[in-house]
Design a protein around this ligand. Structure first.
Ligand code: SF4
Length: 320
C-alpha cells in the first residue's frame, strides 16, 4: 500500500484498498486503481487515434514509457487495425542509457512490438557523454541530450513510417516544464504555440496521471522498468523543480493539475515556422537549427581532440 493509504477498503467494492487519490478523495483497490489509470489513458488517446493509425511509441525503458507501452497494448485490442512501433534512442550515457535500452528492448520483444534503436554514436558520430566531457559544460547536458533526442525520434519515426509519436510524459513532467519556462522567463514557450510544417505529431497519453500513479501502476502490474537516475540529473534545473513540485503536491494536493489547467487557459498565439535549417532542411527559426548546431559543435570537439591526440602520439614517436 502507498503512503497515501490510511483506509481499509475500496470505494467501489469490498476489496482492500491500495491507493487513495488525494485530489479526488477516491480510495481504490488494485483492480479499480488499474482500471482508472487505463480509462484515463484511453480517454486521452481517443482524442487523436484513428482506427488504423501507425503509432510510434518513444520507449526509454523508464517507468513512464514502460507503463505507456503496456497500456497501449491493452488499448490496441480495441483498435485491431492500429499498429504499434517502438522508437528507442540510445544517447550514449554509459552505465545509464545502455541499461535502460536493454530494459526497453526486453519489454518490446515480450509484447511483440517491432522496434528500432537509434544510437547517437553510429548515427550522429558523437554521444552526449562525449560532448559534455569534451566541452566541460555539464549543466548543458540535458539541452544537448534533449534537443538531439527529439531529432533522433523524428528520424526514427520517419524511417519506420509512423504517423504520430507518443511519449510517456506524465502530469508532473508537464507541470515541471511549465514552471521551468516560468522560472527561466521563457514567455514565448508559455504564450505561443509553434506550428511546424510537416512535423511529426506528438502526443502525451499519460498527461492525466501523476508520477506516483505511474509508479504504482508499474508495481501493481509487475512491469519491469529501469529506475536508476541519469548521472546528469543532479545538474538539471528540472531536478530542483521536481523536488519543489513534489513537496507542494504533498502539502496542497491537486496543485500539479492546477498548473496544467492554468497553462491551458493561457491564450496561445500560433507562430508558423516557414524557414528551414540550411543544413538538414527541417523547420527552424534560424539558419542552423539547434540540433545541427549542437552536432556541429560536438563533432568539432571530437575532431579537434582526435587531431590533438595524433599530434601528441606523432611527437611521442619522434622522441629518441
Ligand atoms: Fe538526458 Fe538530462 Fe535526461 Fe540525462 S537527465 S537522460 S542528460 S535529458
Amino acid at each position: 500500500m502507498t503512503g497515501d493509504v490510511s483506509m481499509n477498503s475500496c470505494d467501489r467494492c469490498a476489496a482492500p484498498a491500495v491507493y487513495r487519490r488525494r485530489y479526488s478523495g477516491e480510495t481504490l483497490c488494485r483492480l479499480h486503481f488499474c482500471a482508472s489509470v487505463e480509462r484515463k489513458v484511453e480517454k486521452e488517446v481517443r482524442r487523436f487515434l484513428k482506427r488504423d493509425s501507425v503509432v510510434g511509441l518513444a520507449v526509454s525503458g523508464g517507468k513512464d514509457s514502460a507503463v505507456m507501452t503496456h497500456v497501449m497494448v491493452g488499448i490496441g485490442r480495441k483498435f485491431p487495425l492500429m499498429r504499434l512501433v517502438g522508437l528507442v534512442v540510445d544517447e550514449g550515457i554509459e552505465g545509464y542509457r545502455n541499461k535502460s535500452v536493454e530494459v526497453a528492448e526486453r519489454l518490446l520483444i515480450r509484447l511483440g512490438i517491432p522496434y528500432e534503436v537509434f544510437r547517437y554514436d553510429g548515427e550522429f558520430g558523437t554521444r552526449v557523454e562525449e560532448i559534455v566531457s569534451l566541452s566541460g559544460h555539464t549543466t548543458q547536458s540535458c539541452t544537448y541530450c534533449g534537443v538531439l533526442r527529439r531529432r533522433a525520434v523524428d528520424i526514427l519515426a520517419e524511417r519506420l513510417g509512423v504517423e504520430m509519436v507518443l511519449t510517456g510524459h506524465n502530469a508532473d513532467d508537464i507541470a515541471q516544464t511549465i514552471l521551468m519556462n516560468l522560472f527561466q522567463g521563457n514567455v514565448k514557450h508559455l504564450t505561443s504555440q509553434l506550428v511546424l510544417p510537416d512535423s511529426m505529431k506528438r502526443e502525451k497519453p499519460l498527461r492525466g496521471l501523476l508520477e506516483k500513479e505511474v509508479v504504482m501502476y508499474a508495481i501493481l502490474n509487475d512491469i519491469e522498468y529501469h529506475g536508476n537516475p541519469c548521472p546528469y540529473t543532479r545538474f538539471a534545473l528540472r531536478n530542483d523543480v521536481r523536488n519543489f513540485l513534489t513537496s507542494m503536491e504533498e502539502k496542497h494536493s491537486g496543485i500539479t493539475y492546477s498548473i496544467l489547467r492554468t497553462a491551458e487557459k493561457i491564450e496561445k498565439t500560433e507562430v508558423r515556422l516557414t524557414d528551414r535549417c540550411h543544413r538538414c532542411g527541417r523547420p527552424s527559426s534560424r539558419e542552423l537549427c539547434k540540433a545541427c548546431e549542437i552536432l556541429e559543435y560536438g563533432r568539432g570537439l571530437v575532431l579537434r581532440t582526435r587531431a590533438g591526440e595524433s599530434e601528441e602520439s606523432d611527437a611521442a614517436s619522434q622522441i629518441p
